[in-house]
Design a protein around this ligand. Sequence first.
Ligand code: PLP
Ligand code: COI
Length: 376
Amino acid sequence: MAVSLASKPAPASTAEGEAMKFEIHPTDHPTSDKDRAAKLADPGFGRVFTDHMAIVRYTQGKGWHDARVESRANFPLDPALAVLHYAQEIFEGLKAYKRDDGGVNLFRPDANARRFQSSADRMAMAQLPESVFIDAVEQVVRIDRAWIPGGEGSLYLRPFMIASEVFLGVKPSAEYIFAVIASPVGSYFKGGPAPVSIWVSEHYTRAAVGGTGAVKCGGNYAASLRAQAEAIEHGCDQVVFLDAVERRYVEELGGMNVFFVFDDGSLLTPPLGTILPGITRDSIIQLARDAGKQVREEVYSIEQWRADAASGKLKEAFACGTAAVISPIGKVRSASGDFVINGGAAGPVAMGLRKQLVDIQYGRTNDPHNWIRKVL
Ligand code: PLP
Ligand code: COI
């Protein structure tokens, strides 16, 4: 079954700040309980999808309209659809967590909504009101709540927006589709929170000042794949990028931010600018500062990383993001040689912060910063 990309007649339209009502059309071919249970047994990451999606359309003049929750279905793609040619596309990633009482939490969805707006601004796309973003996410969580795995699993939500005007001129599209799909997930890395290995990309860079590094557009990930493939070829889980000017300063991984932990108990993470302002990164900074730790947002070079790992000044390094949660970095490989951190083992700071964060997300502990939004 396919969803028409053409705008359907709908009474609801919205400008920034206005409420918008979603029409709910439950699927007429829901997955059986048995098939769903089989899919939820070991979902991995990003391969299993739920029965529904939320979709909202935008056209210049009319604004956002035709908000629907409906059966997950293909988009018919006109070969001249703008996104297929000039890659005007942005996305977000957040998770719904099942609490022990059976209810469901979202973690800082307002922060994802705001980052989506900043991504839209950078990519010259239509601004989606924060309320519509959050409502769309919540609608999908509610209708597909049976798909939220128990235990340490979660429902990964993927809001995204594509340029949907049928036109080959190079200009911002006059039409957009915003949609939210959902995927029950386990760990992003096969080994769960076991330490990961990182390949240093000395040849390819991810982002330059004035570019799109600070926003979540698909193009950033397309441009990272060659370096990520190099990481895999070298037996590593992820690639780490260096700055595009001096080719020295650690920026971030292909899909995660990075932290360093020193022997004096302090933490360091690269400053914002050309990296994605991760919501996990921001949460970790707050949790570490709450615990009285010093956190510096400062540049850190690859040579310093290597020297500090060798001298023992660096105790731990870890990657963080919605998909990865907090993953210790055990080994760093590069064309200039390899080194290990903390003997290649997970360290107590990374694992302690991971537990603290995950406990908040699953509602097992108090939430001092009001990060949790209960959906159910
Ligand atoms: N950096 C990149 C390039 C990412 O893709 C992600 C994942 O979203 C992150 C960092 C971490 O961001 P967040 O913590 O908001 O998921
Ligand atoms: C996320 O963590 O949400 C991302 O988008 C990163 C990607 C590696 C899945």
